[in-house]
Design a protein around this ligand. Structure first.
Ligand SMILES: C[S@@+](CC[C@H](N)C(=O)[O-])C[C@H]1O[C@@H](n2cnc3c(N)ncnc32)[C@H](O)[C@@H]1O
Length: 394
């Protein structure tokens, strides 16, 4: 439970940075148009595209541009609900730690919030975007903070002098959203083999291994980390967790999956990990897919007689589709195919009939599962989907 006064302090802190909270996308975009010129908006979009190219030069150039006084409030307001979701959780998780490093701190919106909350703790924020750090330093002066310092530094090349009792990394450590992660043993399971090579490849490709090694060398013997990255998909969650565990970090709280609103998007993010070195870790690393969101399959509640002619009896595009597929009654398979894709993923597509209806099931080794059930009269529709997916003659 996030305490109200902490939340109130965060809202006024964000207002001090010029950020606004919007309840609709339209009002946000109206404000964007009122605040920025059309050429500024175009330039920003171009830099965002560049950032997606994944070159570190383009990424630094994007964050430098984002720190410009005109752009900053407009752009960072898109993340308002992210700050509300993360800021109080991190502040709550700092415990007795006295020295804290915030890695990839950006312009320091959250770092300065923590520093204001805890005048008796000291904070260091590092980031490789020079303009972001310059902005953070200006804000430190404006707020009269004496317990926080910011340094412009690329974690892939150097680290600040430690040690630190807690290291924070929120949206900073795994800048590799397009990395597919590591596959499961087969399309039938979510389990990953303990293959050292696959894990090593993931850590090298994403840079997470070298970054964690550098950071862990800065931690005190009983130090901890708070980590929140875009690794919700099991194929990336598992190798991240294995990388953390292999460096002696254990969970002191159950990891939390966090949902928040961005402009034009709902983000399902995380998990939010609070970890420590040492013997005090009470929670286990969980490598299971997310549980069904409280909607267990009920075959007596299939959508029969729907007025929408295209509505299936049932559809599920989450990992929990697998359990429903295994539980279908009197299953009879018409056609199935299992293929190996060029990127290494194994894909299974199956068309069949069960007491529940005609079904199409698709599964792959990157945790995607889809099950659709229709009435027997609409078998042709699933046959054509099957054909489309497998590109096989029926
Ligand atoms: C999405 S922002 C997150 C900012 C902040 N942690 C937050 O939670 O709002 C990611 C930041 O990580 C920084 N970053 C990425 N890779 C870095 C590296 N190797 N060394 C230092 N900073 C890095 C970027 O410059 C950017 O400011």
């Amino acid at each position: 439970m996030i305490n109200d006064s902490l939340l109130q302090s965060l809202h006024s802190h964000l207002a001090g940075w010029g950020l606004r909270q919007f309840t609709s996308d339209e009002s946000y975009f109206q404000w964007q148009r009122d605040t920025l010129s059309p050429s500024e908006i175009t330039a920003l979009h171009q830099r965002m595209e560049g950032k997606r190219s994944r070159s570190s030069v383009d990424e630094v150039s994007f964050y430098d541009a984002a720190a410009h006084p005109n752009i900053l409030p407009v752009l960072y307001s898109q993340r308002y609900d992210y700050y509300v979701a993360i800021g109080p959780r991190v502040a709550d998780g700092l415990g007795e730690a006295r020295s804290i490093l915030d890695v990839g701190c950006g312009i320091g919106i959250l770092t300065t919030f923590y520093a204001r909350q805890y005048p008796d703790k000291t904070f260091v924020g590092i980031d490789r975007s020079p303009a972001s750090i310059a902005r953070a330093q200006e804000q430190v002066k404006a707020l009269g903070l004496t317990n926080v310092q910011f340094e412009c530094l690329d974690l892939d090349r150097e680290t600040p002098p430690g040690p630190f009792e807690v290291i924070l990394a929120t949206h900073a450590l795994v800048q590799a959203e397009q990395d597919s992660g590591i596959p499961s043993r087969s399309w039938k399971t979510f389990e990953r083999a303990g293959e050292i090579q696959q894990q090593a490849d993931f850590e090298r490709r994403t840079g997470i291994g070298a970054r964690l090694d550098r950071l862990c060398a800065l931690l005190t013997a009983e130090g901890g980390m708070i980590v929140f990255e875009k690794t919700r998909q099991l194929a990336r969650r598992v190798p991240l967790q294995r990388a953390l565990a292999a460096r002696g970090l254990g969970l002191i709280k159950q990891p939390e999956l966090i949902r928040y609103r961005l402009v034009e998007e709902i983000a399902d993010d995380g998990p939010f990990y609070v970890m420590e070195r040492g013997e005090s870790c009470q929670c286990h690393w969980d490598e299971l897919p997310e549980p069904d969101e409280g909607r267990p399959f009920d075959r007596t509640k299939l959508k029969t007689g729907s007025t929408d002619p295209d509505a299936p009896l049932y559809e599920n595009h989450c990992p929990s589709a697998q359990l429903v597929w295994t539980q279908l009654h009197e299953k009879q398979v018409f056609k199935e195919t299992t293929s190996q894709e060029p990127d290494g993923r194994q894909v299974h597509v199956e068309l069949g009939e069960a007491e529940e209806g005609i079904y199409l099931y698709c599964a792959n080794t990157f945790d995607q599962r889809q099950l659709v059930i229709v009435e027997p009269a609409r078998k042709g529709m699933l046959e054509s989907y099957y054909k489309e997916i497998t590109s096989l003659p029926l």
